[in-house]
Design a protein around this ligand. Structure first.
Ligand code: NAD
Length: 319
């Protein structure tokens, strides 16, 4: 085995895409997935053909377990995907977001310092910058101004990660990506939720008037970007990652409705989310200058097809 990588939250949407791809790219590496298996996790059976992936069901906040794992595996890299990730849930139960996203990150950072890992990579989000405007792209050096308990907990985790670099000389990196799309995302999230509802001939839900702009990134591009940043030795610690495919929620909904041959009558407008950010545009010059990763174009028809197969196979773990 060449490198041993701790992948926290590896059963979640982005984590499982990372494991499925990277376990093939780095056949000699061992990937240890630590996941609490919350409602958002996928079935670990999806990883059954990945011989170099070991799944451990457990909590990143469990100091004893985390210490045991670091002592047993001597991780070279840690990539922290584990998080409570749904903004709506954070408005109802913020404490669990602080617990997992902030305290859990601190537990991992302590162990990473104690066991001298090569690099700690934090998977972050464009939401830490807060609400954007149409004429400005946030840079990595911009002030963090999060709007929800979810994005605040992610911003707090980013600051913790940077403080461990400064105080303990831990080698760290952070990727702040825009919204990801692709397979294995829980159906609480916008795109899978619409596809699932339409497959079941139910209406789709749009917050407010639907005039919220989101910037979509193929999850495969994000996991490639994370891997490039994590294994690199750049002096730059933080990279924004996006493929600049911006679309209003209402326009995205209409494109998906069209694929199903439905019209606006299948839209139900629901009470808007508290503190709903209009948009988040990010400047990705730092990433593009260093990595030259070609990004996929969003193909909604293909995504709908793959989700239909995915649900038909019963691969989907979320209830
Ligand atoms: N999905 C996106 O569009 C997006 C965009 C930018 C950033 N991110 C960030 O990427 C990361 C992964 O997001 P996702 O969409 O895959 O999330 P997800 O909700 O699909 O998956 C999170 C995973 O973490 C696990 N988990 C939760 N609490 C845990 C704990 N205490 N200990 C161990 N495991 C725990 C869950 O069981 C789940 O498998 C998150 O940190 C999120 O903030 C996501």
């Amino acid at each position: 085995m060449r490198n041993c990588v701790l992948v926290t939250g590896g059963l979640g949407f982005i984590g499982i895409n990372y494991l499925l791809l990277m376990s093939k790219v780095y056949k000699d590496d061992l990937f240890v997935c630590l996941d609490k298996m919350t409602y958002a996790a996928n079935d670990p059976q999806i990883l059954k053909w990945c011989e170099n992936v070991k799944v451990i069901i457990g909590d990143i906040c469990d100091t004893k377990l985390v210490d045991e794992l670091f002592s047993r595996y001597h991780f070279d890299y840690v990539v922290n995907f584990a998080a409570e990730s749904h903004v709506d849930n954070s408005l109802i139960s913020p404490l669990i977001f602080v617990k997992t996203n902030v305290e859990g990150t601190a537990v991992l950072l302590n162990a990473a310092v104690k066991y001298k890992v090569k690099k700690f990579h934090q998977v972050s989000t464009d939401e830490v910058y807060g609400e954007g405007t149409d004429d400005y792209l946030f840079k990595e050096s911009d002030k963090l101004n999060p709007s929800s308990p979810y994005s605040s907990s992610k911003a707090a985790a980013d600051l913790l990660v940077l403080s461990y670099n400064r105080s303990f000389k831990l080698n760290v990196s952070i990727s702040r990506s825009s919204n990801n799309y692709g397979l294995y995302q829980n159906k609480e999230k916008f795109i899978p939720n619409m596809i699932y509802n339409l497959l079941n001939k139910k209406k789709i839900h749009i917050y407010g008037d639907g005039n919220y702009k989101r910037d979509y990134l193929d999850v495969i591009d994000n996991v490639r970007a994370i891997d490039l940043i994590m294994r690199d030795n750049s002096e730059i610690k933080i990279f924004n990652v996006s493929s600049h495919q911006e679309i209003l929620n209402i326009d995205l909904a209409r494109k998906i409705l069209k694929i199903f041959n439905y019209g606006d009558s299948m839209i139900e407008y629901v009470t808007d989310r508290k503190g709903h950010d209009k948009c988040y545009g990010i400047d990705t010059t730092l990433f593009e200058n260093r990595y030259h990763l070609p990004f996929h174009q969003m193909r909604l028809d293909e995504m709908v097809k793959s989700y239909i197969n995915f649900y038909a196979r019963g691969d989907y773990y979320g209830k």
